[in-house]
Unconditional design. Structure first.
Length: 466
């Protein structure tokens, strides 16, 4: 019988590894470090020959910085140019305020912009130091299966042109949106959403960041901009075109981006005397989704299993969050020599946890990424929270430290609606907006209980750089 045996059989501990992870970036390397520290034999494979740049907004929140600190990487990140941001200049329609990021014991900072060519190599280093065998320049070509169909490893193409196999009790797909593991395992997508906005960003050097490092997040009308100090003295500027610009914006990327950036006062001030230090990056067409999280002998992590609108900047943070959840369950199952069926059950529980916890954040990202203005009751709720000294709860949303319904409670939405009506807002339009907001939330919750599986989107996801 092939390695792994039947799902009810005792585990085969003579494979090449306990766990093989496909993908050596934020999801894969962070999980590898945690598993290896738990005493597991871990092999990490990545087709890239070097781990450097990859397309990303590069924003991390307080919970991510705390996770990196638990990995012991804070001082190395500081040596590599980490700049933490302690406050946010937030605008939602006509509401604007400068708020300190809420922090908890163990937090390093409120947020940061860490380019992936800085962050990812340090995570690979952490995985290797923990004892993981990280192999670069290795492409996965197929999954190995036992007689019962359970995945028991991977087949790879080596740099020299030959083929090899790596046998393991569990294969983890941490290989991004175009996940090879997901495709080979037949993991289906569900709750698929098409984007309504495009996003572009670039970096400046010589920016004036003022006395306090500040993250700028402005969303008004059909405009969405962000800015803030990045690593190594750089300054990130991100913009999202208005609807009427979507097909022409990229014809003059630099000019279009600058026009938006200069329309935002704090960003315009910061980059007034600065020089652009990178090309313009962008993502124009993409889909949000959940994928089936696991099956016999395999599990998906990070963007391989779930991706949402980048407006909330949670890709990196979600990877860390998931790795820290999955690692103890896998470590326990392997070190206690539990049967394969038990390991698969624990991976299934991880997937159900992921869907349950991320459902409302998925909706939040879609709401932030909607074309046109956001619902008018949202800034009104935020305005009242700020007036009561509770503005930090809104920022905790970005760190997954409070749920969406812990901020946009029915009572607060009703109160905001009443205040807007008293101010003379268009009654019919406002009530229609609130009904649509509530109806959307109800449909989302129903959909999460009954997944609607979807084929691969009819368009190719498009990433640009210029």
């Amino acid at each position: 019988m092939s390695a792994g045996g039947s799902t009810g059989a005792a585990p085969d501990t003579n494979g090449d590894a306990d766990v093989v992870i496909v993908g050596a970036r934020v999801a894969g390397s962070s999980l590898a470090a945690l598993l290896a520290r738990g005493g597991l034999r871990v092999v990490v494979l990545d087709q890239a020959t070097t781990i450097g740049f990859t397309l990303s907004s590069n924003i991390v929140q307080a919970d991510s910085l705390a996770f990196l600190d638990r990995l012991g990487l804070t001082e190395r990140l500081r040596a590599a140019g980490l700049t933490t941001m302690d406050q946010v200049d937030m605008r939602l329609e006509d509401f604007r305020a400068v708020l300190p990021f809420p922090t908890r014991p163990g937090d390093v900072g409120g947020a940061a912009c860490l380019r992936r060519q800085v962050l990812d190599p340090l995570l690979v280093e952490a995985a290797r130091e923990a004892g993981a065998d990280v192999r670069l320049g290795v492409k996965v070509r197929g999954l190995l299966r036992g007689d019962d169909g359970r995945v028991v490893g991977v087949r790879t193409a080596e740099r020299g042109g030959g083929e090899a196999t790596v046998r393991a009790r569990l294969v983890v797909g941490a290989d991004g949106r175009a996940s090879t593991v997901a495709r080979l395992a037949g993991a289906r997508q569900y709750h698929v959403t098409r984007n309504e906005r495009a996003y572009y960003w670039t970096y400046f050097e010589g920016a004036d960041t003022g006395e306090a490092p500040t993250f700028v997040f402005h969303r008004w009308g059909d405009r969405h901009l962000l800015g803030g100090p990045a690593d190594n003295g750089l300054y990130i500027v991100g913009v999202s075109p208005e609807q009427h610009e979507r097909e022409t914006f990229h014809d003059d990327l630099e000019g279009s981006l600058m026009a938006h950036a200069l329309s935002c006062a704090p960003i315009a001030k910061a980059i007034g005397g600065a020089n652009r230090a990178s090309r313009v990056f962008g993502i124009r067409r993409f889909s949000g989704y959940f994928r089936e999280a696991s099956g016999p002998g395999w599990v998906l992590l990070g963007d391989a299993g779930h991706f949402k609108d980048p407006a909330g900047g949670r890709g990196i943070g979600d990877s860390f969050h998931q790795a820290e959840r999955l690692a103890p369950a896998v470590t326990r199952a392997v070190t206690e020599n539990r049967r394969d069926a038990e390991l698969d059950r624990l991976c299934g529980e991880f997937g159900r946890w992921r869907d349950r916890v991320y459902a409302e954040y998925y909706g939040l990202a879609s709401d932030l990424g909607v074309a046109g203005p956001i619902a008018s009751v949202v800034p009104e709720v935020v305005r009242r929270l700020h007036a009561r000294g509770q503005g930090g709860r809104v920022l905790d949303l970005l760190s997954h430290r409070v749920g969406v319904l812990g901020v946009l409670t029915p009572g607060r939405v009703a109160g905001a609606t009443g205040r807007l009506l008293l101010r003379g807002g268009g009654r019919r339009a406002l009530l229609s907006e609130v009904r649509a907001l509530g109806g959307t939330e109800i449909r989302r919750r129903r959909a999460m209980r009954r997944p609607a599986y979807a084929p691969v989107p009819p368009h190719a996801e498009t990433e640009l750089s210029a």
